[in-house]
Ligand binder design. Structure first.
Ligand code: ZN
Length: 428
């Protein structure tokens, strides 16, 4: 399968953070990676392949280095979550005529307009009863059939809609799931129980969100564009995973790490987010299982390098005024190194030079992204991580259009370039 077909398959298998992690885990296990439990004592062999998850929504895979207890870490970090709409508890909202709507809360910063008038469905995690109340069971659920839509108001009721129309998250973004539902109370719980083929009384709680059922696809006269939900940041997750799987059977002095965090879109402040010590703990545990003492661990960190991979804003031909006059990466021009004078990104000249050299050696073009000085940009994982571990590293990403739309657009060529650059990095 070529890398773009594989990307489309990965995106369609991953409607939410939980499913992205499950898709990664499944592919890693097929390649012989062994699942570690955070509460077990870890036994790690040099050149061994392992992975561990956090909250079912973050995943960390690594191939242990054979460079001794002070083996450096070569890390690619990305995030599993994307902005969207999440079901609230007790979400059923009956309305006139029996139409049933479901109450939702906005997660992160989606472009709300793009969620209207689409075939949407529901996916997420369901928590079911177990003998030990401290350890309920977790199951993933995904309705593949389109179940809902958020109908836009007709233009005849708002003639000025195309001149700008502020939206209320609580009024305008409520999806309709049925035109006539006689028994609205407990509708979602019954539907989930039915889908999972379990008794509804087993369900204690859930993390369920909406997703667009339209599949990812390539478009354009030369099929050069990829259109999909969640390219930010699942395209970078896919690139990191592909590089890991391509290199995992060759030995290396460095420990190669793929670190996929959750909750980047809300500031990384959770236990499975980049602001927590989750990666630091994993790196320390790997080191200690390889026989390292504290001094060895500090030496490992000093020799390590991290690529923090999160999509960048590609130059949009309709809005040239939004971009920096000399550093505006184009779709198809290769992965971008992200730079910010006020250190919103971890990149400095040293780490930019490392990534530019990796790209050059891999035969891949690369570009620079800097914000237009009058436009505030976003932030990402790199600097949040360096607040926990003083790693050298670079913030980069493939350029996309319409970041945080329900469908973003990227370049197929850039994705192949990114995979090649990451694969080269994991071979160093
Ligand atoms: Zn992102």
């Amino acid at each position: 399968m070529n890398v773009i077909t594989d990307l489309l398959d990965f995106l369609d298998s991953s409607p939410l953070n939980f499913h992205a992690v499950a898709t990664c885990a499944c592919r890693l296990e097929k390649a012989g990676f062994v699942r570690l439990d955070p509460s077990d004592r870890w036994e790690i062999a040099p050149a061994g392949k392992y992975y561990v998850t956090a909250n079912d929504s973050a995943i960390f895979a690594f191939v242990a280095g054979d460079g001794g207890p002070a083996s450096p870490f070569h890390i690619i970090a990305a995030h599993s979550d994307s902005p969207g709409l999440r079901l609230k508890p007790c979400c059923e909202m009956p309305s006139a005529g029996g139409a049933l709507r479901l109450n939702v809360e906005v997660y992160g910063g989606p472009i709300l307009y793009t969620w209207f008038d689409r075939p949407l469905s529901i996916a997420g995690r369901v928590i079911t009863r177990c003998a030990n109340p401290l350890r309920p069971a977790h199951r993933l659920v995904r309705f593949s059939k389109p179940l809902l839509t958020i109908p836009h108001l007709a233009i005849h009721f708002n003639r000025g809609v195309n001149e700008g129309n502020p939206l209320s998250k609580q009024r305008d973004m409520i999806p309709v799931v049925a035109l006539s539902e006689q028994n609205p109370e407990g509708f979602v719980r019954r539907a989930v129980a039915n889908e999972l083929d379990i008794d509804q009384n087993e369900i204690i709680d859930y993390d369920l969100s909406l997703y667009d059922t339209t599949p990812a696809q390539t478009i354009g006269a030369d099929n050069g564009m990829v259109t999909s939900g969640r390219l930010d940041d699942l395209s970078m997750v896919h690139a990191a995973l592909t590089a890991m799987l391509r290199t995992c059977d060759t030995s290396c002095h460095a420990t190669r790490v793929m670190a996929i965090f959750d909750n980047e879109e809300t500031g990384s402040g959770t236990k499975q987010g980049a602001g927590s010590p989750v990666l630091e703990f994993i790196l320390r545990r790997i080191s200690s299982a390889l026989g390292a003492n504290e001094e060895d661990y500090m030496r490992s960190v000093a020799e390590s390098f991290m690529i923090s991979a999160d999509n960048a804003h590609g130059f949009h031909p309709n809005y040239p005024e939004k971009y920096d006059p000399t550093n505006h990466p184009v779709l198809g021009g290769g992965p971008c190194i992200k730079i910010n004078a006020n250190c919103k990104y971890m990149t400095d000249a040293d780490s930019a030079a490392v990534f530019a050299s990796i790209c050059a050696d891999a035969g891949v073009p690369c570009q620079y992204f800097v914000n237009h000085s009058d436009v505030a940009g976003g932030s990402t994982l790199g600097n949040i991580l360096t607040g926990r571990i003083p790693l050298r590293g670079v913030d980069m990403g493939a350029p996309v259009w319409a970041m945080h739309s329900i469908r973003e657009t990227a370049s197929a060529a850039d994705h192949a370039y990114t995979v090649d650059a990451f694969t080269h990095f994991f071979r160093l």
